[in-house]
Design a protein around this ligand. Structure first.
Ligand code: FER
Length: 256
């Protein structure tokens, strides 16, 4: 494992690069292998159980993983309250460029959970020439719709007059989070991406309506939806079914 920071124009993004077991990290030699970028969700980080499990499943298929923490999360720079989807998009574009610059990398894949899954959907559309396949896990792509209606994290506000700060329990977000989210149209980026997509989601997800997974599957040109019956947003009940779906999808991808 290599731990380091990727510099996004002065913002340091905390990253961990892990090689699959068969590649000796100290003597990588002439191995050229695919790499999958893995991104956590809103308030999340790279050491969460489901993020580690997803990355491990991907490595088991012979693909390296690059876990990166986005602005205001984990050990990356920036304050949580100041993060926006534009900042995350800028971060992720920098990470894709960094990944492309690595000598050992052949194909590039993207995986992300929840708000990180929404990010994967946006970046796959934006970087369609660079991303061979994408794995949005329980992607929170209702966030822009909800922001336009005046809801963030269950908190309601006047969508025509966004407050300077959004408070929900202990969480404080700058109003700019909502201003940015209102402008994002995920359908456009879904339409732009024609590579293979795997969506995994529990049908008892308490944070992201399961219907959004069904809708995304229909909108994508090539998308497999693996439903995890009875599971929640972070797969507390059936994480093994999630990793199985990821392993199967990536195994097929690796020989394509
Ligand atoms: C919301 C529901 C879910 C929201 C964010 C999420 C910011 C994201 C959850 C996650 O990334 O785990 O209303 O608003």
């Amino acid at each position: 494992m290599k731990e380091f920071y990727i510099n996004d124009d002065g913002i340091r993004l905390h990253a961990k690069l892990d090689m699959p077991a068969e590649v000796d990290e100290n003597h990588p030699g002439t191995h050229t292998i695919p790499l999958c970028i893995v991104i956590h969700g809103f308030t999340g980080h790279m050491e969460e159980r489901h993020i580690i499990a997803a990355a491990e499943a991907i490595r088991e298929t012979g693909c390296a993983t690059l876990r990166v923490e986005m602005y205001g999360h984990g050990k990356s720079d920036g304050e949580f309250r100041n993060h926006t989807l534009y900042k995350w998009v800028g971060n992720a574009l920098t990470v894709v460029k960094y990944a492309k610059s690595l000598d050992f990398v052949t194909d590039l894949y993207l995986c992300g959970h929840s708000q990180g899954g929404l990010l994967v959907m946006l970046i796959a559309g934006m970087c369609r020439d660079d991303i061979k396949a994408a794995i949005p896990m329980s992607p929170a792509w209702m966030i822009p719709d909800l922001a336009r209606e005046g809801t963030i994290l269950g908190l309601t506000y006047d969508p025509e007059h966004i407050p300077d700060e959004l408070h929900q329990g202990d969480l404080v977000l700058d109003g700019n989070y909502a201003r940015v989210a209102q402008t994002i149209h995920v359908e456009d980026e879904i339409a732009r991406y024609t590579g293979n997509v795997l969506i995994v989601q529990g049908d008892e997800d308490e944070a992201v309506p399961y219907e959004y997974a069904v809708k995304a599957q229909k909108l994508y040109a090539h998308c497999r939806l693996v439903t995890i019956p009875g599971d929640d947003h972070c797969y507390d009940r059936h994480l093994d079914q999630v990793t199985k779906a990821i392993r199967e999808f990536m195994t097929e991808e690796m020989v394509r």
